[in-house]
Structures are given as C-alpha cells and as structure tokens.
Ligand binder design. Sequence first.
Ligand SMILES: Cc1cc2nc3c(=O)[nH]c(=O)nc-3n(C[C@H](O)[C@H](O)[C@H](O)COP(=O)(O)O)c2cc1C
Length: 158
Amino acid sequence: MTLDAKEQRRILGKFATGVTVASTKVGDETWGMTANAVTSLSLDPPLVILCIQKEGQSRSKFEEGGCFALNILSEDQQEISDRFAFKGPKDFSDLETTTAVTGAPILNNALGWVDCKLKEILPGGDHDIFIGEIVAGEAGDNGLPLLYFGGRYARLPG
Ligand SMILES: Cc1cc2nc3c(=O)[nH]c(=O)nc-3n(C[C@H](O)[C@H](O)[C@H](O)COP(=O)(O)O)c2cc1C
C-alpha cells in the first residue's frame, strides 16, 4: 500500500506537537524557520534532531551556520511562528533575542531553548535530518506551549 502525501499529513497530523523556531547564524546574518519536526534524540551525548526540507533556502543556511538553536514557543507566540513559516529571509531584528554559545538567536520569551552545534546531516527523503549536540539550554516557567494538531495551531485548556 502506498499512501499519498495528503493522507500521510492527515494521519500524522493526529500526532500533536509543540512548535519551535529553529534559528542559526551565518556570518552576520541570522536566519529562522518554524519547525515541529524536532525531537530529543539522545541524553548521553545530548542530541536533538531537526528535520529540514531540502527545497528552500533554510537547508543551506543551517548547514552553512554549523549550529542551531531550538526556541520552544509559548501559546502567546503564534504570530512569531507565522512569520518564520514563510519562504525567504526571516528577520529577528524587531524581536528581543539573546545568544548563548553558538550565536544562534534565542527568543527572550520562549518557553525553553537549546543551543546546538551541528554534528551530522543525514538524508531523509525530501528532508534532511540535522543532528545537533546541545551545548547550552534553559527551560522557563513562563506559561503554556503553542501546539500544532490536525494542521492547525492548538492550545492546552488554560
Ligand atoms: C507549525 C509548522 C511547523 C513546520 N515544521 C517544519 C519542519 O519541521 N521542517 C521544515 O523544513 N519546515 C517546517 N515548516 C515549514 C517551514 O517553516 C517553511 O517551509 C520555511 O520557513 C520556508 O522557508 P524557506 O523556503 O525560505 O526555507 C513548518 C511550518 C509550520 C507552520
């Protein structure tokens, strides 16, 4: 049985996720991309996965940057998720950010974040799998997560 892309999306859309903005830094330029194909991979060594579609500019930016941060968004940050989900340059200039070890932008009000050095890129069909080694991270106590479920944003009951 082969599944078409729409049906795969519909089925896997039942798997609720959080939403992150993955960020990187290439020279003086910062770059961000909304991503929910992320997961914690290993505790020892501390590794995470970020899957990036091959088409589009983000893939090469994250490879060139050699690092990435995952910013876990709160339910108040849907507007930030939307603006980093469009094609083309994505600007952090009017957002309050900081950096940790790698220089990838970290959003001040994120629920949590990890800063990673890019360790490996593995092939994954029309996406590539970016494995990052965590070099810094923090979790805040500031609220509830933004969720993605069934192709839409969702929220936990307050
Ligand atoms: C909720 C949500 C989750 C997304 N997750 C991913 C993801 O994990 N990987 C990915 O490559 N694109 C993901 N996207 C789409 C990218 O954010 C979008 O294609 C990218 O920003 C386009 O930029 P580019 O074409 O300039 O690279 C997601 C979009 C949304 C709205």
